[in-house]
Write a protein that binds this ligand. Structure first.
Ligand code: ZN
Length: 336
């Protein structure tokens, strides 16, 4: 019953119009439609009499809607929103297509028909099973977690899972959103001053400071040499596709290191600009970062703590070797 309520009673244009909400163009309507669609994507229908389950668009036969499993048929079907009961209650199957079923379409249709023959409608109502919980019962938490871990925007939310202090997570979030107060952003806020990078004198932007500055490039290079981790191509990819394909446990450790690196670049920069401190060389930034990683390791599990300690020593060793070999102008010598 409640499937019908959710589907038909409250969320129709007519009821919303009665509530003086204009469907289709209001943010409220769009939000409701999004919630509705997110909900039904995570539900599996257990078909009884088939009167509440949409034949093409609900998940009831297999692990995804038939519309996705048989897209070429769905594209040419005449009534995309029919219920299972409407399709299966007659012989032959009550389905009409706008085009002839030939070739691959015929094959697909035969494949589907073979599966439909196994389906027995009953006198019970359809029910739903929530696919994200073991007991099949809907929980807000399971939906929230699933939404947070899927979708292009939400993927960046792994920031909040990294085992670093909250202020560092906030900093990373601001970085992702492009609102860290580098000089270009300050100028947009009517700040008057030179926009030069304190490390190299070029125009300071977020991308420059953390990726393109010769110092940043050199720092990323040390990581590449020490851990064979290729630097991200842009700030956005650092939070999304970068590290996809890397083992999950390993990528979490790498992200802790990257938080430390970026935080060290930022704090060293602030010390130079606001506290008049002198910048000596890139080792300064790396040792700052490793000391934070060692401190933050207390937030991680014991076996990860050990890996983090080993990683810090390795990074420092590689940095020292580069420094001893090329000096503080290593960036020129390494061609970064
Ligand atoms: Zn620079």
């Amino acid at each position: 019953m409640w499937i019908q309520i959710l589907r038909n009673k409250y969320l129709t244009s007519r009821t919303l119009a009665q509530a003086t909400i204009r469907p289709n163009d209001s943010p409220f309507w769009k939000g409701l439609m999004r919630i509705k669609s997110n909900f039904f994507q995570r539900v599996k229908f257990i078909v009884g009499d088939g009167t509440s389950t949409r034949f093409w668009e609900d998940t009831w036969l297999g692990d995804s809607p038939l519309a996705l499993q048989y897209l070429m048929l769905y594209n040419i079907t005449q009534r995309k929103q029919d219920y299972v009961s409407a399709v299966l209650q007659s012989i032959p199957i009550n389905m009409h297509f706008r085009r002839a079923l030939v070739g691959a379409r015929w094959e697909a249709w035969m494949h589907l028909v073979r599966r439909l023959i196994q389906v027995q409608l009953s006198h019970h109502s359809d029910s739903v099973r929530w696919t994200l919980t073991v007991n099949g019962v809907f929980s807000v938490k399971s939906m929230y977690t699933d939404l947070a871990n899927s979708g292009p925007l939400a993927r960046s939310l792994h920031i909040w899972d990294i085992k670093v202090p909250l202020k560092i997570k906030n900093f990373m979030w601001f970085l992702h959103k492009g609102v860290v107060l580098t000089k270009d952003n300050l100028i947009k806020r009517s700040w008057r001053g030179r926009s030069n990078c304190c490390y190299c004198d070029q125009h300071e932007t977020i991308r420059h400071l953390f990726l393109d500055c010769p110092l940043a490039k050199l720092l990323w290079r040390t990581i590449h040499i020490a851990f064979n981790v290729i630097p991200p191509t842009c700030i956005n990819s650092m939070f999304t596709t970068w590290l996809s394909g890397v083992d999950v446990k390993l990528s979490r450790l790498i992200r802790i290191g990257i938080c430390a690196l970026l935080w060290a670049i930022w704090n060293t920069r602030n010390d130079i600009i606001f506290n008049g401190k002198k910048f000596n060389n890139f080792l300064q930034v790396i040792f700052r970062a490793t000391s934070w990683i060692r401190t933050w390791s207390s937030l991680s599990l014991a076996d990860n703590r050990e890996l983090m300690a080993t990683g810090c020593s390795r990074w420092e060793m590689v940095a020292r070797v580069i420094f001893n070999r090329f000096g503080w102008r290593a960036s020129n010598r390494l061609g970064v």
